[in-house]
Design a protein around this ligand. Structure first.
Ligand code: GTP
Ligand code: MG
Length: 382
């Protein structure tokens, strides 16, 4: 049987690939555009949209799925799907900032954080973590920091796409540069929503028209040029345009209708991990589905944790983390891999058993699995 590739399947369903990817994510399946999904999954998604799956061999007759098995599965899955749909609730967008070297990604993230009312004046950035969340117009937005971080390389390798919206930073004086194009390509391949922030509007050589021209040449014309790409001029240095940018991110999030079931076992992605003296292994994670709570037992490959404590990006203790929340988790048996998926299980014993099984598997397959790309690049983002 030919594999069911996400991109092709989305086309068959008449959906935008990123929509399908996020729907799969809601089901706990992490697949990128070019990956294959299992047939039962495809059947389920198809049914949700009123389609019956029919896999066609090239040049051969259509192959019908077995009817009886399908009917049985259908009843069960429909019940599960209904429960799932009922529990779906809006979740904050996860936004990644990318662009050419020195175009102001880090400065922009700093400016955004400064604009965060929730952060107050506690004294700026308390500690660096790979992800943080701000509040704007009484809504939350999650930002991924340090793009190009090794963590994201593995994420891409595993096909786990945590990003909903990519903000491409282009310096108004430089315009598009090689890494801008590289980043653009990856954002497009990943099927995420693209926005452009034209930064350094305060500098002398700033030429916004040229940047827009360059966008047009790349088929991502800005909205005011009749295109679809939301484009916001900003100055990270002066802090201008930041509110507009945040408003536009929320607007895009509305269009995407980002939803997740908060009332189920938590699962998500490891952003980064390290070992801290006195606290042991510590991991920054993003919860994608369900709610993670202190006391939960989670497993991530050969590592597991009984969540001893959780901290937000301000270092504050928190008890629970709903979807799209970045949190630092302590209580791990070892440092989990960045980019790996974690999930909540029944109890510590089950977590430990699953971790042991994973460990055995890794030992058995040493050298054949986990061949993540070594080089850090923009690719890392998706
Ligand atoms: P890399 O992480 O090295 O890829 O760079 P980056 O994209 O994170 O850029 P960064 O924020 O470090 O900014 C690079 C330089 O541009 C710094 O000297 C900033 O002060 C400066 N800069 C960033 N934003 C602005 C801006 O809006 N206006 C002006 N005038 N300078 C800016
Ligand atoms: Mg930087």
């Amino acid at each position: 049987k030919p594999p069911i590739i996400v991109r092709d399947f989305a086309t068959a369903l008449g959906m935008k690939p990123f929509k399908l990817i996020s729907e799969l994510m809601e089901m706990g399946i992490f697949a990128s555009m070019n990956q294959a999904i299992d047939e039962p999954v495809a059947i389920k998604v198809g049914e949700k949209h009123g389609f019956q799956l029919e896999i066609k061999h090239r040049g051969e007759a259509a192959q019908q799925i077995q009817q009886s098995a399908k009917e049985k599965a259908k009843v069960k899955e429909q019940a599960a799907a209904e429960a799932e749909v009922q529990n779906l609730a809006m979740r904050p967008p996860v936004v990644c900032i990318l662009g050419h070297v020195d175009h102001g990604k880090t400065s922009l993230l700093d400016a955004i954080r400064k604009a965060d009312v929730a952060a107050g004046e506690a004294g700026g950035i308390t500690q660096h973590i790979g992800a943080y969340q701000i509040e704007h117009s009484e809504r939350k937005i999650t930002f991924l920091d340090t793009p190009g971080h090794a963590a994201f390389t593995k994420m891409r390798a595993r096909g786990a796409d945590v990003t909903d919206i990519a903000v491409l930073v282009v310096a108004a004086d430089d315009g598009f540069m090689p890494q801008t194009d590289e980043a653009l390509k990856h954002a497009q391949n990943a099927g995420v929503t693209l926005m452009v922030a034209i930064n350094k509007m305060d500098v002398k050589g700033a030429n916004i028209e040229r940047v827009k021209q360059q966008m047009q040449e790349r088929n991502i014309a800005p909205e005011d040029w009749g295109g679809e790409t939301v484009t916001v001029p900003v100055s990270a240095l002066k802090g201008t345009g930041i509110t507009d940018l945040l408003d536009m991110i929320l607007l895009q999030a509305d269009v995407l209708e980002l939803k997740a079931n908060a009332k189920t076992e938590a699962s998500g992605i490891i952003i980064e991990s390290q070992i801290e003296v006195g606290r042991g292994p510590l991991a920054t994670v993003i919860v994608q589905r369900g709610t993670l709570r202190v006391g939960d037992s989670i497993v991530c490959g050969p590592n597991w944790a009984k969540v001893r404590a959780m901290f937000d990006d301000q270092g504050k203790n928190i008890k629970e983390a709903p979807p799209s929340t970045p949190v630092r988790v302590i209580g791990w048996s070892g440092a989990p891999d960045s980019g790996a998926e974690f999930k909540s299980v029944k109890n510590a014993r089950e977590a430990e058993n699953l971790a042991e099984e994973a460990e055995h598997l890794i030992r058995k397959n040493t050298g054949t699995t986990d061949a993540a790309p070594k080089e850090v690049s923009v690719e890392s983002l998706f």
